[in-house]
Design a protein around this ligand. Structure first.
Ligand SMILES: NC(=O)c1ccc[n+]([C@@H]2O[C@H](COP(=O)([O-])OP(=O)(O)OC[C@H]3O[C@@H](n4cnc5c(N)ncnc54)[C@H](O)[C@@H]3O)[C@@H](O)[C@H]2O)c1
Ligand SMILES: CC(C)[C@H](C(=O)O)[C@@H](O)C(=O)O
Length: 367
């Protein structure tokens, strides 16, 4: 792994990957690199060497694949990276039949836990200003699994008039994601809510629920309850108070977009994908082709995802200064929104670059 804790001060010498992706990724990812570098400098946390790797539509042009082998090889050796959103729906037809590249990366590197917090920011509009939940999404199975007994890969068509997708749920994957959720709840408000659909899918989501309940016995201080996914959608809008929500892959995909938008905008919905050894910062939102190239995208989700990555690396390596750099990014973002500066998705007037410059100024100001 390309991470060295350099000296007694905990300064790091670190290589991280950068995969810009498509659409607004080309705006928000370079902005994030600047913000992370500024926060590392301001906290004397050390230096990051960024490895820019081919990914997305531009990689189809240059390397014949949205996720070329050289990118995959490079990621194997890195402790972490920033992944911009891809606009796979716009790729040429032969690439649209493949698993979306973001999903492929999660499975290829075993990034089984997708941690997606939803919390409102000060100073900007929010449907649920009180929301403070973390959705822990199982990232490798369900309908996204690419091993099934019929084809060994995702969806298939037994005849030209019938299409099928087989959801895979294993006790092993449920156990590890449940442990992630309960461990996180211990650092928060000691409550885990399992979201499932066991009234209709008692074998697959039933196994998920049963396994989470079993794992709950390992964490006696943490309260556990469960809610059907359709009811959870209603409870989240209505104002239900939850702490950690653990759920399977596709339910987590949908509920995290809902929770992000309720907190203010999809543009602030951060996420971190992790295994035991690697982590990938990735906004929960997509490439937003409707606003791409117009300097209108909200970069907060990507900034906050990067802060989550720094925290994860800091914890794993015992490099406390990197945790301070993460905290510096979060404080600079909230100070900026508190000052009433926000992009249009949050009701503000700032462009992506104006918002970024404001955050950069605040990152430096406290040094
Ligand atoms: N993680 C990923 O890489 C990822 C996630 C979701 C969708 N996608 C892909 O992105 C493409 C577009 O998908 P979609 O339109 O369904 O979802 P989307 O998340 O790209 O956009 C949904 C809506 O949210 C807005 N939005 C999203 N991010 C924003 C931001 N940072 N700032 C301001 N507004 C923002 C968009 O303008 C749009 O109105 C598709 O090709 C899809 O497959 C990729
Ligand atoms: C584009 C797609 C692979 C992705 C998903 O469905 O997981 C997206 O919605 C996300 O949440 O990152």
């Amino acid at each position: 792994m390309a991470l060295k804790v350099g000296d007694d001060e905990g300064m790091v010498d670190l290589s991280l990957g950068v995969l810009e992706g498509d659409g607004i990724g080309r705006e928000i990812v370079p902005a994030t690199v600047r913000v992370v570098d500024a926060a590392m400098r301001a906290t004397s946390a050390g230096a990051i060497t960024w490895q820019k790797l081919p990914f997305g539509a531009s990689a189809i042009q240059t390397h014949g694949s949205p996720l070329p082998p050289e990118t995959q090889d490079a990621l194997s050796d890195l402790p972490g990276w920033l992944l911009g959103p891809h606009d796979n729906a716009s790729y040429p037809a032969e690439f649209r039949t493949m698993t979306a590249p973001g999903g492929t990366i999660r499975k290829r590197y075993g990034l089984y836990a997708n941690i997606r917090p939803a919390v409102a920011l000060p100073g900007v509009r929010s449907v649920r200003p009180d929301i403070d939940v973390v959705i822990v999404r199982e990232n490798t199975e369900g309908f996204y699994a690419d091993r099934n007994m019929f084809t060994g890969s995702g969806e298939f068509m037994p005849t030209k008039d019938v299409a099928m997708a087989v959801a895979v749920v294993t006790r092993e994957a449920c156990t590890r994601i449940a442990r992630t959720a309960f461990t996180l709840a211990r650092q928060r408000r000691n409550r885990v809510t399992v979201v499932h659909k066991a009234n209709v899918l008692p074998l697959t989501t039933g196994l998920f629920l049963e396994t989470c309940r079993e794992v709950g016995h390992e964490f006696p201080g943490v309260r556990i309850d469960d809610v059907h996914v359709d009811a959870m959608a209603a409870h989240l809008v209505r104002g239900g108070d939850y702490d950690v929500i653990v759920t399977e892959n596709m339910f987590g995909d949908i509920l995290s977009d809902l929770a992000g938008e309720l907190s203010g905008s999809l543009g602030i919905a951060a996420s971190l994908n992790t295994s035991e050894t690697q982590a990938m910062a990735q906004a929960a939102h997509g490439a937003a082709p409707d606003i791409a190239g117009r300097n209108r995208a909200n970069p907060i989700a990507m900034f906050m995802s990067a802060a989550m990555l720094l925290d994860w690396l800091a914890q794993r390596e015992g490099a406390a200064q990197m945790g301070r750099a993460a905290q510096r990014i979060r404080r600079a973002v909230t100070a900026t929104t508190t000052a009433g500066i926000a992009t249009s998705d949050l009701g503000g007037l700032a462009s992506t670059s104006e918002f970024t410059e404001n955050v950069l100024a605040r990152v430096a100001r406290w040094s």
